[in-house]
Design a protein around this ligand. Structure first.
Ligand SMILES: Nc1nc2c(ncn2[C@@H]2O[C@H](COP(=O)(O)OP(=O)(O)OP(=O)(O)O)[C@@H](O)[C@H]2O)c(=O)[nH]1
Length: 309
């Protein structure tokens, strides 16, 4: 086969939001499309504000899965307000995939999500994935697909079993083809540990917040620059704390660097606990005056590093 780069196949990249009731199988599906490492991590972290749950490569396309953080987690009936709030994540997405469970059918929760999709006048394509098809008969499935498509004009319907892997490749290939043409968001060698990089950045940010209280400069971001799993079982993590002004740098460093040292110690301990092995953390504070432009760029990408939300 001719390599893609010589055929002139354009690269594609974009964001996909998986939505659905708790237990619909979102994590299992993500796992099947991205790789096991990712959802083990994301399952542990429910409070992180980082929204990237994983990145899958499909041919020349980079599919970035974004989360709808915490919103669909509560184990009670979905009400309108919750569903509406969930769009924080889905609004950033180029494509939305609604997961429903084959054996449960079009539940009240699923209907509430569909109403919200309609109310919003969702402009992006919404695909329906009927999951857990291993649990029902074919006739049931067809009837459910019909019922759901009568309720909403889904761009496409997939019948899948996230657990057994049925239909997952088809869904992924379709998603890849629907994404807009454009350059990839992330270098390929960062994809596997991207969610972990984000979680590590969130941890440092949280420690900064705890330490600095209201002194915390509003314009502050933490980025994980390097992530290196070492042969001795430890991980080296290099992070940059960006501030907008020289004066902020002083606040972060503290007298004789004591503030940043304390933050680093606390953050390292939490990262080590999270990963279950030793961590070497290196923090650098840098001034990036054009931070606001950058923030806009990140928020376009579905990342949310802004303060105060
Ligand atoms: N039989 C069957 N079970 C599945 C399938 N996909 C997922 N499950 C099971 O359904 C349960 C819920 O799956 P999760 O992936 O955790 O669901 P989720 O939507 O991420 O749930 P929340 O994290 O609560 O939002 C798990 O016990 C899975 O093993 C499937 O295709 N077939």
């Amino acid at each position: 086969m001719t390599p893609p780069e010589t055929t002139g196949t354009p690269t594609r990249a974009g964001f996909v939001a998986l939505i659905g009731e708790p237990n619909a199988g979102k994590s299992t599906l993500l796992n099947a499309m991205v790789g096991a490492k990712v959802s083990i991590v994301t399952h542990k972290v429910q409070t992180t504000r980082a929204r990237i749950r994983g990145v899958a490569m499909e041919g020349q396309a980079q599919i970035v899965f974004v989360d709808t953080p915490g919103i669909f987690r509560p184990r009670r009936r979905l009400d309108r307000a919750m569903v509406t709030a969930a769009w924080g994540g889905a609004a950033d997405a180029d494509i939305v995939v609604l997961l429903i469970e084959a054996h449960r059918g079009l539940t009240e929760g699923a209907k509430a999500i569909i109403s919200a999709l309609k109310e919003r006048g969702e402009a992006h394509p919404v695909a329906l994935a009927i999951n857990k098809i291993d649990r029902v008969k074919a006739e049931t499935l067809l009837a459910l697909a019909e019922e759901a498509n009568a309720a909403y004009p889904f761009a496409k319907t997939f019948m899948i079993s996230a657990e057994k892997g049925y239909g997952v490749a088809d869904l992924r290939a379709w998603l890849a083809g629907e994404l807009p043409e454009g350059p990839w968001f992330y270098p390929e060698d960062q994809i596997a540990d991207l969610p972990m990089r984000q979680i590590a950045a969130e941890i440092t940010r949280e420690k900064l917040t705890l330490r600095l209280h209201e002194e915390l400069p509003y314009q502050l971001t933490v980025e994980t620059e390097k992530w290196e799993d070492r042969k001795d079982g430890s991980t080296r993590i290099d992070q940059i704390v960006y501030v907008a002004r020289e004066g902020h740098k002083g606040i972060l460093l503290g007298k004789g660097g004591e503030t940043i040292k304390a933050v680093s110690t606390a953050a390292r301990a939490e990262m080590a606990e999270f990963l279950g092995h030793p961590v070497h953390l290196f923090l650098v504070v840098k001034v990036r005056p054009n931070w606001l432009d950058e923030a806009e760029r990140y928020s376009e990408m579905g990342l949310d590093f802004k303060d105060g939300d």
